[in-house]
Each structure stands twice: as C-alpha cells, then as structure tokens.
Design a protein around this ligand. Structure first.
Ligand code: C2O
Ligand code: CU
Length: 473
C-alpha cells in the first residue's frame, strides 16, 4: 500500500546536538484516494521515544502507528478487508463517519467481535468529506493506548487550493524509560479522575521535532486527537491560523477562540495556516491546555524564497449533506453527567440495581453515570429511543469536576449553546467537549437507524460507566 508515502519517515539532526525527528508529513495530494484497502491488526515495534530508549512494542494496523492512512472519495464505495492477528478480539470503528449501523464496529451492538485469526469486511460509502479516523471498540482503552488507530480522509471533489496538506495525528503514551508501554490500563485513579494521561507526546507516532515550511506557504493542517485522555490546546505563535472544519465538518472560517485550538480526545480540526513571509517567520506550536505544564509541541521553520507576498483569499470548504435540525419543533431531552472523584453522585443504577457510588466503584469499578445509570456493556437498554427523521435538542450538563468529550456514533450534531450562550457558527461535530460544570445544547436529526453509542471519549471514563445506547427506530 506504499505506507512510506503516507506518514513521515525522514529524520533530521538539528545543530546543537539534539536529535529531533523532522516531521516531514508527506503531501497528501500525491497519495491517491482508493476504494479498497486491507488492514491487519498485529503486534509491531515503533520508534516512539527518542534514543537511547528502545523501540516500543505496540499493537498496530499493518505494523505501523498510526495505521495506514485511508483516503476515500466522498459518496463512493469504500471496502476495507480487516484481519485480526492479535491475541484478543477487536473491531474497527470509523469515528465520525455517518455510515450504516452494521459497519459501525461496536462489538455485540453492531457486529460480533472479530476474534484472533478472523476477518471482517467493512463496506460503506462515506457521505461526508473531511478528516476522520479509525480505531477499535473492544477494550478501546487498552487497544488505542497500545497503538491501534489511523487516519481516514475523505476528499472533497474540489478541495480548496493549498500548497500542502499536512496531517498530524496527536497522541500521548505512558512509557517507561526504556520505551515500553506501562500496562496499568484501567487504573482506578485514571478511571475516577482525568483518564490515562501519558508522559510522551507524539505527532504521527514519532517523537516531536521541527517542520520545515516555505515563507508564504499556505498549509491545510489536519489535527486528530487520538489520545485516551489528554486534551490539546494549541496556539500557533507567530502565525495566523483559521479553523475551516471541526470533526470533519466544514465550518465558517474563523480564528480559534482565544487564539487556541482545543481538541479533546476523538476530536479533529482542519486549519489553514499562512506562513509569514518575513525574516523570522517561524511558528511555535505551544500546547498550554494544562496551564503550568505548557510545552512546545513543534515549530514550523520557514526556509527558502517566499512563495508569495501576501496570503491569497481564503475559501470555505464545500458543505457536506447534513440534515438541518428543525430547532423550533425539536424534542428536548436532557443528559446529566455525574460521578467521578470530587463529584456529588448520591446513587447510581447498575444492571438495574441501586448502588452507593463507593460500593459500586469498589465492586465493579463504575463511577460515572449518564442520567443516573452506569454502563455495564455495549448492549444496554437504550437511554433514549428516537424517531427516525425527527429533530432532537439535547441539553447536556456536566455535573462533575472533570472534562468530558461526549461522542455520538452515526450522527453529527450542531452545538447551539454553551452555558446558555449562543455558540458562534454553530459547528457540526460528533464530539462535544464539556468542561467542568458546563452545559451544552446540541441539535440533530436522528436520520440513521440503529443502536448507537453515546459515550465519553476519555476511554477510562467509558470503562468507568460513562456510556449509553441511543436507539434510532
Ligand atoms: Cu472514537 Cu465510540 O468512538
Ligand atoms: Cu469523561
């Protein structure tokens, strides 16, 4: 499949002796969209941590992390023949793709798990152009943390003109000094607090480095947060960044709020970045989401002659065929998120039984609830049963002390309000990040029949009960 063209492989040594991998993300337009792929889940090795650490034993798609880039054409059939050569069951979920339920990759709910040695054929027509990704939905907290994920890009028929299309798949890993993965998955502390935070950040599965750019170059930068729990808050210091899509869906081009692109786990953003033409035009990409733990993720360093004197006009991306919710007539439903450490949960329902939270956590490791219920599996009585074709307005309240990126399968929704205030551009997303004590109003048309998951994409929170099934009948 020519993986070597799809993710960076060239490495540079910087003057000063610090070895850093230069992220030379291959220009995506040279990789053609295809309509058929084969993917195999299997163990592998990857250079995650710089030397002298050893390579990291990972679980991977086709031996690499991220897995092979899948590029597809909007509305055209895409077929992925998947084979499981791991020692445990798995599936592939196509995060953000509004495809038929049987292809959604949720074990028990939409398909049987793919056992070791077995295969499964995924086939669908991606309705939306944009930046998406794929990952397992079996023991996802473990399987993603070990390296099972990849990017999926659906091309616009007429993409906006840019000089380069860059893809940064962001992750953080919890590694020992020797590069091996610390396998304390689903740790009680991680489940009840902010999830599994790593100690090693990677872009496209590599230790961070520099990116060389041309002065005046226009970049389309696609960001995907594949981390189990880390939220990224990226500032492009010294450059102008404009958001043109969120979670794969075009949005009115606008600068990031407070000059920071905030991406919770599962979320994506497409940015247009115009590299300055001036002498010292380098752009530092700083992640300061966790205030005092701010660090420089990478730097865009211009070299060579300017490509142009001033940035050309910026075009919006072509719209995707999303059904517009009828807000005036939408049925209103409330979702209350409770639990976790420092929470006020008094009682939780688990498998139909009432529990004191402390007992529930001790006995079953469940500590989060949606509308009072802690999830026990992927197949549950639906939290809501929606009528196909109807509009719904969800009022989601995060009554906990933690951030939760809440993800709905099979649909995208518009974010209308946060804390009662209208949200600019009402973006379409598949994941809404709710900060502590925050409320959000989102609306969508339940147009995709089937049983769909709605869950927190902090994977340890999902393990700890923060998930539900939404039935569209
Ligand atoms: Cu990335 Cu259930 O999702
Ligand atoms: Cu959460």
């Amino acid at each position: 499949m020519g993986h070597e063209h799809q993710y960076p492989s060239r490495r540079d040594i910087l003057a000063g002796g610090t070895a850093m991998a230069a992220l030379t993300v291959a220009p995506l337009w040279s990789a053609h969209a295809k309509d058929a792929y084969r993917l195999t889940a299997l163990p592998g090795n990857a250079r995650i941590k710089p030397e002298p650490a050893g390579e990291t034993m990972i679980w991977s798609y086709d031996g690499q992390v991220p897995g092979p880039l899948i590029r597809a054409r909007q509305g055209e059939k895409l077929r992925i023949e998947f084979q499981n050569k791991l020692e445990e069951p798995t599936t592939i979920h196509w995060h953000g793709l509004r495809i038929p339920n049987a292809m959604d990759g949720v074990p028990e709910l939409t398909q049987p798990p793919v056992n070791p040695g077995e295969s499964f054929v995924y086939e669908f027509e991606p309705p939306d152009a944009g930046t998406f990704w794929y990952h397992p939905h079996v023991r996802s907290d473990v399987q993603l943390a070990r390296g099972l994920y990849g990017a999926l890009i659906v091309d616009e028929a007429n993409p906006p003109k840019v000089d380069r299309d860059l893809l940064w798949v962001l992750d953080d890993w919890r590694l020992r000094g020797d590069g091996s993965i610390i396998d304390d998955f689903a740790h009680r502390h991680d489940i009840s607090h902010e999830g599994r935070m790593g100690n090693t950040i990677t872009i496209n599965g590599r230790p961070s480095g520099l990116v060389s750019v041309r002065p005046g170059e226009r970049l389309r930068l696609r960001l995907i947060n594949t981390a189990n729990a880390r939220v990224f808050g990226l500032r492009f210091k010294g450059g102008v960044s404009t958001i043109v899509a969120l979670d794969g869906q075009p949005v009115t081009p606008h600068p990031p709020e407070r000059a920071r692109v905030v991406l919770g786990p599962g979320m994506r953003a497409d940015l247009i970045i115009d590299v300055p033409t001036g002498a010292d035009g380098s752009i530092s990409v700083v992640d300061d989401y966790y205030g005092d733990k701010a660090y420089t993720l990478t730097k865009l360093v211009p070299k060579g002659k300017p490509l142009r004197a001033a940035p050309p006009p910026l075009e919006a991306l072509p719209e995707n065929p999303l059904p517009e919710p009828d807000i005036a007539r939408a049925e209103v439903q409330e979702v209350l998120i409770e639990g976790g450490s420092k929470g006020y949960l008094e009682e939780a329902i688990y498998k139909g039984e009432k529990f004191r939270p402390r007992t529930l956590f001790r006995k079953h490791r469940k500590i989060w609830t949606l509308n009072g219920v802690a999830a026990h599996s992927m197949t549950m009585e639906p939290m809501f049963t929606l009528k196909r074709g109807r509009s719904y307005l969800w009022k989601i309240k995060n009554d906990t002390a933690w951030d939760h990126p809440m993800h709905l399968h099979g649909h995208h929704f518009r974010i209308l309000k946060r804390n009662g205030k209208p949200v600019a551009h009402k973006p379409w997303v598949d994941t809404v990040l709710l900060h502590l004590d925050e409320t959000a109003e989102v609306a969508f048309v339940a147009d995709n029949p089937g049983d769909w998951l709605f869950h927190c994409h902090v994977l340890e929170h999902h393990v700890g009960g923060m998930g539900a099934v939404i039935r569209v009948g």
